[in-house]
Design a binder for this molecule. Structure first.
Ligand SMILES: CC(C)(COP(=O)(O)OP(=O)(O)OC[C@H]1O[C@@H](n2cnc3c(N)ncnc32)[C@H](O)[C@@H]1OP(=O)(O)O)[C@@H](O)C(=O)NCCC(=O)NCCS
Length: 145
């Protein structure tokens, strides 16, 4: 889908690929990425695979063969979309990759008629505000179980 310069190595700048090719996704590497988060560190392989099977699009970012970024969307592909599990590997954070992944979602052809994107965040409000997201505290409700 798109390419981005990865952290510099001594003699070269590697390229990070962002793709929506779900066949490329390596669930073992995704579980490793999930283990870096506070909300998904204990997910099982089977449930993660099931969630992936029902998500679209699924975006992944690759530094060579290493999965360095991920996000997935649940949507009617028409009006509404929720964005989940936005994760950049700690070694690759702060270099624009999270922004790139979010643009890959917001500009994705499957979502071109979507008018409302939703997400939850505990402490990354500033990151999402830069992308145009706004608080609507009087409108949201959630049932957790
Ligand atoms: C949030 C996350 C995806 C951002 O990815 P990233 O690749 O580091 O983000 P970028 O490099 O594209 O950052 C874009 C800008 O947002 C800023 N930013 C990042 N996190 C921020 C925060 N919590 N509050 C305000 N600004 C933030 C960066 O400083 C950067 O600004 P700059 O362009 O002026 O340097 C990444 O930090 C991450 O994976 N965190 C752990 C998992 C997580 O919490 N995910 C979000 C779940 S809701």
């Amino acid at each position: 889908m798109s390419r981005l310069a990865a952290p510099d190595t001594p003699n070269q700048t590697k390229i990070v690929d962002v793709t929506d090719d779900r066949n490329r996704l390596d669930v073992e590497q995704l579980l490793e990425l999930y283990r870096t988060t506070w909300w998904a560190h204990d997910r099982s392989r089977d449930l993660v695979q099931r969630a992936l099977d029902h998500s679209r699009p699924v975006l992944s970012a690759w530094d060579g063969a290493e999965l360095v970024g991920f996000t997935r969307v649940i949507s009617d592909l028409t009006f509404r979309a929720t964005i989940w599990d936005v994760i950049v590997r700690p070694s690759h954070q702060g270099r624009g990759l999270g922004t790139k992944l979010m643009h890959a979602v917001l500009d994705h052809p499957d979502l071109k008629t979507v008018t409302s994107f939703f997400l939850l965040t505990r402490d990354k409000h500033g990151f999402y505000e830069r992308l145009g997201f706004r608080h609507e505290p009087d409108k949201s409700m959630i049932l957790r179980r």
